[in-house]
Design a protein around this ligand. Structure first.
Ligand code: SF4
Length: 756
């Protein structure tokens, strides 16, 4: 599984010169984020100063990581790029396609039967093109990356929004769509708008019941799901350096929940300890030699207001444990106020299930602290009131916590240990069998990162609250959402009132990490003879055909497909859960396109007017009718359209079905880029109130698409059913290269042309 120490040393060797040059160009001391960005420019040593939030910059990431759900489409695309091998170290991780039902062993066996076609495809493509393959059960992408590949000062991209987790080890790690990964795997530059910078000063130190998770739950409260958009969040201060490396990973992981491009921490001793504990002493030694480049210049943290676009300060000495939710990760409630909040909102107090683990919170420290609470159940003659599950993040963590007795401790409170995979975090939790949509109103608490409706179990009536693993464990023991372990007593089996002692754990395993089979398969040195098989009648995999460019004349007489009301995440555009099985088959997965989006005209999901017949039907079926009639369509949306994940399916599916443009109040960054990559028009209302002008029977005419150019808004004529007209100005953020993608039909079409 060898990480590439020579590659890392190469990055460090050029870092000093590049950082010095950047400091000179910028004309002031540099933040860590700037040092990493400026030392990863595609053109090498910096020659320009970039304007944050404005300039598009070409970068050269050090690594790529893909998870199984997104890797399918990414690798299907890469196969068309005409390259014999990936250009940068790349790994594929099988973690999303494993359903959690009864427990690790049986669940993994079932996944290997039901998804073997996909796993075999991914393994063979990996083998052919020089990609490291982590088989099902090896672990969740971000935990495996943190344990094996992340390194201070590095830059990586991954086809998953929580790639940002690697910021815990001082990287700039960014979640992208598969199309971006294809660029980098093909040896091309990766383009990003130079981010703004948010500094978060952590005063004081964590103690008692408060955990790193509470830091990010508080940040989400302050910034909301949109507040980090287009920015890198850089944490510093005593609270940062006194925290474990894996705790930093948790904080960076959930930076995705505030929309941040990524989050990072400066190099410190916790990272050194973690690197050595995970058998990477040579990386730690190399990092020590350049450590001044792996954190901000000292002036920055002394006077952060002068160097960051925004500064937040959180005092860890007074930070309380929080629960965030339901239905959005930024609705924060300190545990002492939960009783009041639950009553005011009529949230069910009875907690059905507590779930810990996932890529966000399954470090040795998390598990050992949670286990210290589980152990008290027997010691204090308690009985656990809620169901309880653990999802380890990697086989290395699972093996080590089993060796150290924690799995036994959890088993003693009736826990279910799921496979080292995403499972309940991504709707792959068979909690109700086929009846998820009729499931009762109920409350669960988990230590994952997302809690959108249906995210965990497919039940829209499940209220999911996000908290630290230790708080989730305490609440599961008590069985009540309003249980405050710092003040509340529990009645034990002997009728006595007892309190839980504060959680205690270990930052790293005292006996070291251990594992028998980590689950890694190295690729062949020369994979040219490896055959990649995709059955022509496969339901799961479909070789891709290139998208035809959208002709300017087809942008006249367009129809409205749907005007989405309120939140429209990538889950609403391309649902996960049972649909994950079709991630490698574009036409089949297109049958879920926008079925979760709420139609602004009737507030129903998957129920839109077909302007050709006047009848109402499902979104994909209606769109297929327009496609058959040769009519392009437009999707209208609200703020932060496409937030949630990096899946390019949310762009490819509408594109495949014939949607030409998406016009919204604002976009989530990754989704906007994905639409551009697929050769579509991603537009924003110049005047947000124009959203209200759009009617159900509207026809759209793009008046000046022939003059499509950077910084020049487009004009759209909206013709209403009564013949009246409005003119809408649509802004866009396309640069010249992105306009070329539109003209060629997709970014991939352009890559192929350039490789020909
Ligand atoms: Fe898997 Fe959930 Fe982590 Fe995504 S956030 S990688 S679904 S565990």
């Amino acid at each position: 599984m060898a990480f590439d120490i020579d590659m890392i040393k190469g990055v460090y060797a050029s870092m000093g010169e590049r950082v010095d040059k950047a400091r000179e160009l910028v004309g002031k001391p540099l933040t860590l984020a700037e040092k990493i960005l400026y030392s990863h420019l595609w053109d090498g040593t910096p020659t320009n100063k970039f304007t944050r939030g404005k300039d598009y910059v070409d970068f050269a990431p050090d690594r790529v990581a893909c998870q199984d759900a997104t890797a399918q489409m990414a690798l299907l695309q890469f196969m068309h790029a005409g390259k014999p091998k990936v250009a940068v170290p790349t790994t594929v991780h099988c973690d999303h396609l494993i359903q959690a039902k009864v427990g690790a062993e049986a669940d993994l066996k079932r996944a290997n039967q039901t998804s073997n076609e996909v796993f075999d495809f991914l393994e063979s493509v990996s083998n052919k093109y020089g990609i490291g393959f982590w088989k099902p059960g090896a672990g969740i992408i971000h935990q495996v990356v943190l344990e094996n590949y992340a390194f201070p000062g590095g830059m990586m991209i991954g086809t998953d929004s929580h790639t940002v987790n690697a910021g815990g080890l001082g990287m700039v790690a960014i979640g992208v769509g598969g199309a971006d990964a294809v660029d980098v795997m093909s040896g091309m530059a990766w383009e990003l708008k130079f981010p703004k910078l948010i500094g978060v000063k952590l005063k004081g130190k964590l103690s008692g019941w408060t955990a790193p998770k509470d830091v990010i739950l508080k940040v989400a409260d302050i910034l909301t799901v949109k507040g980090g958009t287009g920015a890198i969040i850089e944490y510093f201060g005593e609270g940062a350096t006194s925290m474990s490396c894996t705790g930093k990973g948790t904080i960076c992981n959930m930076g995705a929940e505030v929309g941040a491009t990524t989050s990072t921490f400066g190099y410190d001793e916790s990272m050194d300890r973690y690197l050595r504990a995970t058998n990477r002493a040579d990386v730690a030694d190399a990092a020590l030699e350049v450590k001044e480049h792996l954190t901000a210049d000292p002036e920055v943290y002394a006077n952060p207001e002068q160097y960051f676009d925004e500064v937040i300060e959180i005092d860890l000495d007074v930070l309380e444990p929080h629960l965030n939710g339901p239905f959005t990760p930024d609705l924060a409630t300190p545990i002492s106020k939960m009783g009041e909040a639950a009553k005011a909102n009529d949230w069910p107090l009875n907690v059905e299930v507590g779930l810990i683990g996932s890529c966000t919170n399954s470090s040795y420290e998390d598990i050992s602290r949670a286990a210290s609470l589980a152990k008290q159940v027997a010691d204090k003659h308690l009985k656990t009131k809620s169901q309880f599950t653990i999802t380890p993040g990697s086989e290395q963590v699972r093996y080590t916590i089993e060796r150290d007795g924690f799995i036994d401790t959890f088993n003693n409170i009736g826990a279910t240990v799921f496979a080292n995979a995403c499972g309940p975090c991504i709707g792959m939790w068979d909690r109700y069998g086929d009846k998820a949509s009729d499931g009762p109103r109920n409350t669960i608490v988990h230590s994952f990162n997302r809690n959108f409706a249906k995210r965990a179990d497919g039940n829209p009536n499940t209220l999911a609250f996000v908290g630290s693993p230790e708080l989730v464990t305490a609440i599961a023991i008590a069985g009540r959402l309003d249980f405050n372990p710092m003040t509340d007593k529990l009645l034990n089996e002997d009728g006595e009132e007892v309190m839980l002692d504060e959680p205690r754990g270990y930052e790293l395993p005292p006996e070291g990490f251990a594992v028998e089979d980590a689950g890694y398969i190295a690729p062949k040195e020369d994979g040219s003879s490896v055959e990649v098989k995709v059955a022509p009648d496969s339901e799961r995999l479909q070789l891709l055909a290139p998208f035809e460019p959208i002709k300017p004349e087809s942008l006249k007489g367009m129809k409205l497909l749907i005007k989405a009301f309120g939140k429209c995440t990538t889950d609403h555009i391309s649902m996960a859960g049972p649909w994950l099985r079709f991630r490698g088959h574009l036409d089949n997965i297109a049958n879920n396109t926008l079925i979760g989006a709420v139609n602004a005209f009737n507030k129903k999901t998957n129920f839109v007017k077909n302007q050709l017949t006047g009848e109402y039907g499902g979104v994909p079926d209606t769109q297929r009718e327009y496609k058959k009639a040769g009519i392009k369509t437009l999707v209208v949306g609200d703020h932060n359209y496409g937030e949630g994940s990096s899946r390019e399916h949310a762009a490819m599916q509408p594109r495949h079905l014939g949607v030409a443009a998406v016009l919204v109040k604002s976009f989530a960054r990754i989704h906007e880029t994905n639409l551009k990559k697929q050769g579509m028009l991603a537009l924003t209302f110049a005047n947000e109130n124009d959203y209200d002008l759009i009617q159900e029977d509207d026809t759209f005419n793009f008046l000046d698409i022939d003059q499509f150019a950077p910084d020049k808004p487009l004009t759209i004529e909206v013709v209403h059913a009564d013949g009246s007209k409005d003119t809408i100005i649509a802004n866009h953020s396309y640069n010249n290269a992105q306009i070329a993608w539109f003209k060629e039909g997709s970014a991939l079409n352009l890559i192929k042309k350039e490789n020909a």
